[in-house]
Design a protein around this ligand. Structure first.
Ligand code: G1P
Length: 291
């Protein structure tokens, strides 16, 4: 199964981290020195994705600018002999024509956002990556999923999952666990944000999916679900009647950067993973822990 395209739903309002996201998209929040959106595009590129589809909304234009070439900046860096900085920008530059942007005109939910990408994705399997969930690991989460997909049938769907404590299951989509095979299992039922004490397992749906294009037909007529939104999980439940779904309990640490504590934790984790910052950061943390 060849996965060429990835969809990034980036229309969300980011209300959990206001006021940071009042005038700036949450996808542009920086972890160390890179915006969230850059990390997930890098993860997709590492996994072999060739085309990047962004479902944006109002006030998200800066995401498109971020992936554009900045001629004035390039010229100034060149004039000042700043080669390392020029190389950083060149490395992050997408290939011409490799990105598409479409708009979700109203905040109707994740399922609706994915549906907005249907014409750009067309009739091929595709990945969905939620940019506020970062995974620190090499190979990245999507690369692990694509490797797993290679051993499965052509009409398979995969979801990255992670165990969460029982008292947090109501915050996520949760998968029922069928036959297990190492880090992978057949998904036996799904539920979006189950009421406390009713979750079929502790395996939460994280922000990575590989889906078959038939999901779009289901989303077309999808009813509003949990929270009054058109839920991707509900459409997946529909598709699971005719196609297989697998959970991939990936290797790596997941950070929910759309929450304040998760965002701070991610900065520490990604900072500590950097050779140029580790010593300073460790020193600073020691100081604050002693206070
Ligand atoms: C969405 C999905 C949910 C998933 C979560 C992961 O929910 O609907 O199934 O567990 O992302 O972050 P949201 O966080 O957008 O409410």
């Amino acid at each position: 199964m060849k996965i060429r395209k990835a969809v990034f739903p980036v229309a969300g309002l980011g209300t959990r981290v206001l006021p940071a996201t009042k005038a700036m998209p949450k996808e542009m929040l920086t972890i160390v020195d890179r915006p969230l959106i850059q990390y997930v595009v890098d993860e997709a590129r590492e996994a072999g994705i060739e085309h990047f589809v962004f479902v944006t909304g109002r006030n998200k234009g800066v995401i498109e600018d971020h992936f554009d070439r900045m001629y004035e900046l390039d010229a100034t860096l060149a004039a000042r002999g700043k080669k390392a900085e020029q190389e950083i920008l060149a490395r992050d530059q997408p290939a011409p024509g490799a990105m598409s942007f479409t708009r979700q005109q109203a905040p109707l939910g994740l399922g609706h956002a994915v549906w907005c990408a249907r014409d750009i994705v067309g009739r091929e399997p595709f990945a969905v990556i939620l940019p506020d969930e970062l995974v620190l690991n090499t190979p990245g989460c999507l690369a692990q999923m694509i490797e797993t997909a290679a051993s499965l049938g052509d009409k398979s769907n995969l979801i990255a999952v992670e165990e969460v404590p029982a008292h947090l299951t109501h915050q996520y989509g949760i998968c029922g666990v069928g036959k297990r095979d190492g880090r992978m299992f057949e998904i036996d039922g799904m539920v979006e944000k189950p009421k406390q004490g009713t979750a079929p397992s502790n395996f939460s749906i994280t922000g990575r999916y590989i889906l078959q294009p038939e999901i779009f037909q289901i989303l077309e007529t999808q009813e509003h679900g949990a929270g009054g939104e058109i839920q991707l999980t509900d459409a997946m439940i529909g598709l699971s009647k005719t196609q297989k779904f697998y959970g991939v309990d990936f290797d790596g640490e997941r950070h929910d950067c759309g929450s304040r504590a998760g965002f701070l934790r991610a900065n520490i984790a990604f900072g500590m993973a950097r050779n140029d910052l580790r010593a300073d950061l460790r020193e600073a943390m020691r100081k604050y822990l002693e206070k």
